[in-house]
Design a protein around this ligand. Structure first.
Ligand code: GLU
Length: 311
């Protein structure tokens, strides 16, 4: 069945929430859940839940269940089965083989220190890492073994019109370099998994945190290489702490309380630029969601990258 089609009727909108189970759900991830959910439901679309545990070393046992239970307690309702990346390796493998057959990826033997030695001090990628100098682009040297597989990137500007952040331009060769799809530790990279999953699941609208905006041109190139359509993108501001750091497990963001009720959802919605009336804040969950779905407008979401909640 073609992606985006259920039975005979095409699905106009299919979105998703794709948390990484690296810890309990915190306010920052709740904001992405609320924004993606409301955008889907306001357009009578579908909303899928996908557990992004492809990065096994970062996965915390029990976190996926905890996130699912927390979402349920807040009254989120997802469509269909929950997709779990660690059960979908065959799909990532098939995509990688396709890219290998098309000569779009190449094996790379470089270690981190070799890359550091071969690159100039100023050659930084947009993520702040080292820009890959292309050492293995034209083949491995004698006796060298592949550690990873990299995707060749073109020296061309990608332009994305994000529904929140507006026009974004990026040249992959200059800003990112050939990037890894299959890692030296034997794992598929997030970039490959997310592109394959969104396409296979027929997701046509991505609403997520702005921390992934810089990854989007990489994902658009990968979609092009694999012949997949490009979804629409909306990158929401992320919540930061007083020091300007994104709320995450690393910055010890407090988990949202399971069953905290609609006040916390109202805080997430206010964070996304929607003034929530007093009678809705604290209302039973079903009433809160009804009001929120009726009033959701992406145009109200502030076109900024970071917000310190309560500022
Ligand atoms: N798993 C990613 C995260 O939790 C989100 C990926 C995405 O939405 O594309 O940050």
């Amino acid at each position: 069945m073609p992606a985006g089609v259920i039975g005979a009727s095409p699905v106009a909108y299919r979105g998703r929430f794709a948390p990484s189970p690296t810890g309990p759900l915190h306010f920052g991830s709740l904001v992405s859940a609320v924004g993606s959910y409301l955008d889907a439901r306001a357009q009578r679309g579908e909303w899928l839940l996908r557990i992004e545990d492809v990065d096994a070393p970062r996965t915390v046992p029990g976190a996926a269940d905890g996130i699912q239970r927390t979402l349920e307690a807040f009254g989120f309702e997802w469509d269909g089965e929950v997709a779990v990346q660690s059960h979908r390796h065959d799909l990532y493998h098939a995509a990688l083989v396709r890219l290998q057959l098309d000569g779009l990826v190449y094996p790379c033997a470089c270690s981190r220190s070799e890359i550091a030695a071969a690159t100039t001090a100023t050659a930084r990628s947009i993520d702040g890492g080292l820009l890959y100098p292309g050492t293995c682009r034209n083949g491995l040297g004698d006796g060298q073994a592949a550690r990873a597989w990299r995707l060749r990137v073109p020296d061309r500007e990608f332009c994305l019109v994000d529904r929140v952040q507006g026009k974004v331009r990026q040249n992959l060769a200059r800003d990112v370099g050939d990037f890894v799809l299959f890692r030296a530790d034997g794992l598929y990279a997030y970039q490959l998994a997310v592109v394959v999953d969104d396409a296979v699941q027929g997701v046509n609208a991505v609403v997520r945190g702005v921390d992934l905006l810089d990854s989007t041109p990489r994902q658009m190139w990968l979609q092009e290489c694999l012949g997949f359509p490009t979804p629409s993108y909306a990158h929401l501001p992320v919540a930061v702490n007083a020091a300007g750091e994104k709320l995450s497990k690393q910055t010890r963001a407090a988990p949202v309380e399971v069953g905290a009720g609609s006040e916390v959802l109202a805080d997430a919605l206010s964070f996304l630029g929607h003034a929530v009336p007093a009678e809705v804040r604290g209302a039973p969950l079903a009433d809160f969601w009804r009001w929120a779905i009726d009033h959701w407008t992406m145009a109200r979401v502030p076109a900024v990258r970071a917000i310190f909640p309560g500022q």
